[in-house]
Design a protein around this ligand. Structure first.
Ligand code: DX5
Ligand code: ZN
Length: 229
């Protein structure tokens, strides 16, 4: 599948639960991926943290390459790093389909969004809870995806911040419907429906999936709740 086809596939499916692999068992990556595929997930969310933009350090290119070899699922790559412009080409070569970087990490997001698109990947911009929506308004025309953080980027297992709801509501009214509105952080059976109601259709879920054994049951339940709006 080409990168564009993967992005179109993601864009054409709503709602989508995107498991964040932060808490998965990396010693058994293939088993985890098969388990998620059997649960009918439509994509995987990869949290790349550099220990500088955020205090936490996760994984990078080798894991993206390994996942690319293991699955055809769209790889939704969330770069929480300084100087994302130094790495996006490598992430695309490694197999990332959507590349999202943080507006707080760059001076002007426009050239980088344009470059990601030019390379055939989906371009996404992310903003932290404390960052006003005004900071991304000037680049929305270049975005395939907008990632509204409902926790400060950096760690799984944090509590949902309602500031994300106002932003999603605003965005839904201003961006064209083909732009994917994604929410990330503290998404579970208590918070997902409210996010869907204000326009999110792509839901990143970490601890609510990986702290359970039965991924299919959790994913089915979350999908139903997101559809119920
Ligand atoms: C936070 C990450 C998230 C996070 C989601 O910086 O971007 O993807 O791991 O985890 P939960 O669902 O546990 O908040
Ligand atoms: Zn994320």
């Amino acid at each position: 599948m080409t990168v564009r086809a993967a992005v179109d596939r993601l864009r054409g499916t709503r709602p989508v639960i995107l498991p964040s692999l932060l808490l998965c068992d990396f010693g058994n990556l293939e088993r985890e991926v098969r388990h998620l595929e059997r649960a009918d997930v439509q994509g995987l969310h990869l949290d790349i943290m550099d220990g500088s933009f955020v205090p936490n350090l996760t994984y990078g290119l080798p894991i993206v390459r390994a996942l690319r070899r293991l699955t055809d699922l769209p790889l939704d790559t969330h770069l929480m790093m300084v100087h994302p412009e130094r790495y996006v080409d490598q992430f695309i070569e490694a197999g990332a389909d959507v590349i999202t970087f943080h507006v707080e990490a760059v001076e002007n997001p426009r050239p980088l969004l344009a470059r990601i698109r030019q390379r055939g990947a989906g371009a996404g911009i992310a903003l932290n809870p404390e960052t006003p929506l005004a900071h991304i308004e000037g680049c929305l025309d270049l975005c395939d995806l907008v990632l509204v953080m409902s926790v400060p980027a950096g760690f799984g297992g944090q509590s949902f911040d309602e500031v994300a709801l106002e932003k999603l509501d605003q965005l839904r009214r201003t961006v064209p419907p083909e732009v994917m509105l994604e929410v990330d952080g503290g998404i579970n059976d208590q918070t997902i429906a409210t996010c869907a109601r204000v326009g999110a259709a792509y839901f990143v879920v970490g601890s609510a999936i990986f702290r359970h054994d039965d991924y299919p049951a959790v994913i089915r339940r979350l999908t139903e709740l997101a559809q119920s709006c």
